[in-house]
Design a protein around this ligand. Structure first.
Ligand code: NAI
Ligand code: MG
Length: 497
C-alpha cells in the first residue's frame, strides 16, 4: 500500500493546476473561458479541470498549424533534426514512465501494471520507431518513354487533424503523432474528453524538447458540435485520422466531404477468437482471457466472440471460469489489480444494458453480469462476465459491447466456424488456436480481418500494421503503412530535350 501512496504523489502537483490548450507553442485558455472536469473512474472523484476547446479554438490552432507548415522552421528542418526531436520526446516520456503510468491509470482506470508495461512502453517505442522513419522517406526515379528525367517526391500532406479515443489515450496519441510528425506534417490533436491528461503531458514535453510553435497543437474538448466536429469539418485541414465508434466514423466521413480531406478510420470490432479441439487448451484459455479482459474489454480488437469446438467445450469452460474467478478487481493504482473500472458511468451502463439484452436473448450467464457494488461501492466497475450458449445472430454476438463481456459460441466443424466468423459487419481482428498448421493458414486467408493472431492474441509492435476490413475502417496505422497515410506523392517531369 505504501508503494501506491508514494507513486500517487508523482502527478499530484501536476494535477493541481487547470489544464489549458496548446496553440502555437503556448498554453492558452479556451476562447469561451469554459472548462470541464476529468474524473478518476475508480473513485468517481474529479482529477483536474481541463479547458473546453470549441470551434473558435480549433480555428486558432489550424491557423497556427498552417503557418507552421507553410512558413515555419519545420518545413526547412533537416529530416535528421526532426528525428532528433522525436527521439528526445521518447526519451523524456521514458524518463517519466512511472508518472505517465500513474496519470493514465487515474484518468482511464486501467491497471497501473498495464499502463506502465504496455501503454507507456509502446508509446515510447512508437515515437522511436517513427523517429527512425524521418530519414528514410524516399522518392523514386523512373525511366519513362521520351527524353524526360522523371522522379517522385514523398511530401507531407499538410495540416492534420487527429481525433482519438479514451481506451489507450497516450498510445493512440503516439500512433497518430509519431508518423504525422515524422513525415513533416503539423497537427491539431483532440484527445477524448474522458481522458485528456496524458496527451497534454506529452504536449508539454514536446514544447520542452523544442518542437517549433504550431507544429503540435492540442485542443481538449468534446466531439459532436464541438472541437471534434470543428476538426472534421474544417476546410483548411488536409487530413483527418480518427479512432473510435463506427457511428462517429460515419459522421467524420460526411464532414470530410466539404474539402474532400483525406480520412483514415480505425473503428470498432467484434473479433472471433476460435479455439479448435486440437489447440493447447491452457494457452488458449490464457489467450481468451487476454482477448476479452485486457483493458477491461475496452479494446477495439477484443476477442469478444469466443468460438469453442464442441468436443472441448466443457473442459475449456471449466478451465476458463476457474481462472476468471481468481482475477483481482479494484483501483488500478493498486499493483495487484488485474481488472480496473470502465472508463465512465456511460460505458458501465452501456455494458450492463448489454448484459440484460443477452439474458433476454437466452444466453446463459456463467459469471459476472453486474457491478461488484458490495465490494467496490464507488467506481464504474463491471465484473468479468461470460455468457455461454450464445448464437452468432444474437445482439450480444453482433454488437460491440466494449467491456469485459465474453460471448461463447460452440461450433461443430471447421466449415461452420469459418462461415460464422465472417458473419459480422466488422473485420478488425481474429484469433485462431490450433496445432494444425494447415488448418490455421486456411482460416487465416479466409477470415476477413486486418489482423489475425495464431496461437496468440493482442500482440502489437510499431512495425506491424493495424487496421480494419469492412466496417472496422480503412487505412493502416503502424509500420510503413502509416507513412502512406501522412504523405502525398508528387510526380516530377523534367524535359531533357
Ligand atoms: P466516440 O467515437 O464518440 O469518441 C471517440 C473520439 O471522437 C472522442 O475524442 C470524441 O470526442 C470524438 N467525437 C465524438 N463524436 C464526434 C463527432 N461527431 N465529430 C468529431 N469527433 C467526435 O466514442 P465514444 O462515444 O467515446 O464511445 C462509444 C463506443 O464507441 C464505445 O462503447 C465503443 O464501442 C466504441 N469505441 C471504439 C474505440 C476503438 O478503439 N475503436 C474507442 C472508443 C470507443
Ligand atoms: Mg460518442
Amino acid at each position: 500500500m505504501a508503494v501506491v501512496q508514494e507513486k500517487k504523489s508523482l502527478c499530484e502537483e501536476w494535477l493541481k493546476t487547470e489544464k489549458k490548450l496548446l496553440i502555437d507553442g503556448k498554453w492558452v485558455p479556451a476562447e469561451s473561458g469554459k472548462s470541464f472536469e476529468t474524473f478518476n473512474p475508480a473513485t468517481e472523484k474529479p482529477l483536474c479541470r481541463v479547458a473546453e476547446g470549441s470551434k473558435a479554438d480549433v480555428e486558432k490552432a489550424v491557423v497556427a498549424a498552417r503557418r507552421a507548415f507553410e512558413e515555419g522552421p519545420w518545413r526547412k528542418m533537416a529530416a535528421a533534426e526532426r528525428a532528433r526531436l522525436l527521439y528526445r520526446l521518447a526519451d523524456e516520456i521514458e524518463k517519466r514512465a512511472d508518472e505517465f503510468a500513474q496519470l493514465e491509470t487515474m484518468d482511464n482506470g486501467k491497471p497501473v501494471r498495464e499502463s506502465r508495461w504496455v501503454d507507456v512502453v509502446q508509446t515510447v517505442e512508437t515515437f522511436r520507431y517513427y523517429a527512425g522513419w524521418c530519414t528514410k522517406l524516399e522518392g523514386e526515379t523512373t525511366s519513362v518513354n521520351g527524353k524526360f528525367f522523371t522522379y517522385t517526391l514523398r511530401e507531407p500532406v499538410g495540416v492534420v487533424g487527429q481525433i482519438i479515443p479514451w481506451n489507450f489515450p497516450m498510445l493512440m496519441a503516439a500512433w497518430k503523432l509519431g508518423p504525422a510528425l515524422a513525415c513533416g506534417n503539423t497537427v491539431v490533436l483532440k484527445p477524448a474528453e474522458q481522458t485528456p491528461l496524458t496527451a497534454l503531458r506529452i504536449g508539454e514535453l514536446a514544447c520542452e524538447v523544442g518542437f517549433p510553435p504550431g507544429v503540435l497543437n492540442i485542443i481538449t474538448g468534446f466531439g459532436p458540435d464541438a472541437a471534434g466536429s470543428a476538426i472534421s469539418n474544417h476546410m483548411d485541414i488536409d487530413k483527418v485520422a480518427f479512432t473510435g465508434e463506427d457511428k462517429t466514423g460515419r459522421e467524420i466521413v460526411k464532414a470530410s466531404a466539404g474539402n474532400l480531406k483525406r480520412v483514415s478510420l480505425e473503428l470498432g470490432g467484434k473479433a472471433p477468437n476460435i479455439v479448435f479441439a486440437d489447440a493447447d487448451l491452457d494457452a488458449a484459455v490464457r489467450g481468451a482471457m487476454l482477448g476479452i479482459f485486457f483493458n477491461q474489454g475496452q479494446v477495439c480488437c477484443a476477442g469478444s466472440r469466443l468460438f469453442i469446438e464442441e468436443k472441448v467445450h466443457d473442459e475449456f469452460m471449466s478451465k476458463l471460469t476457474k481462472h476468471v474467478g481468481t482475477m483481482r478487481q479494484g483501483n488500478g493504482l493498486d499493483e495487484q489489480t488485474v481488472i480496473g473500472p470502465q472508463v465512465s458511468k456511460d460505458q458501465m451502463e452501456r455494458i450492463l444494458n448489454y448484459c440484460d439484452i443477452a439474458k433476454k436473448e437466452g444466453a446463459k450467464l456463467v459469471c459476472g453480469g453486474e457491478s461488484p457494488k458490495a465490494d467496490l461501492p464507488n467506481g464504474y466497475f463491471v465484473k468479468p462476465t461470460i455468457f455461454d450458449g450464445v448464437t452468432n445472430d444474437m445482439r450480444i454476438a453482433q454488437e460491440e459491447v466494449f467491456g469485459p463481456v465474453l460471448s461463447v459460441i460452440t461450433f461443430k466443424n471447421e466449415q461452420e466456424v469459418a462461415e460464422q466468423a465472417n458473419k459480422i459487419l466488422y473485420g478488425l481482428s481474429a484469433g485462431i488456436w490450433t496445432q494444425d498448421i494447415k488448418k490455421a493458414h486456411k482460416l487465416v486467408s479466409h477470415v476477413k480481418a486486418g489482423t489475425v493472431w495464431v496461437n496468440c492474441y493482442n500482440q502489437f509492435d510499431p512495425q506491424m500494421p493495424f487496421g480494419g476490413y469492412k466496417m472496422s475502417g480503412y487505412g493502416r496505422e503502424l509500420g510503413k503503412h502509416s507513412i502512406e497515410l501522412y504523405t502525398n506523392v508528387k510526380s516530377v517531369w523534367v524535359n531533357l530535350d
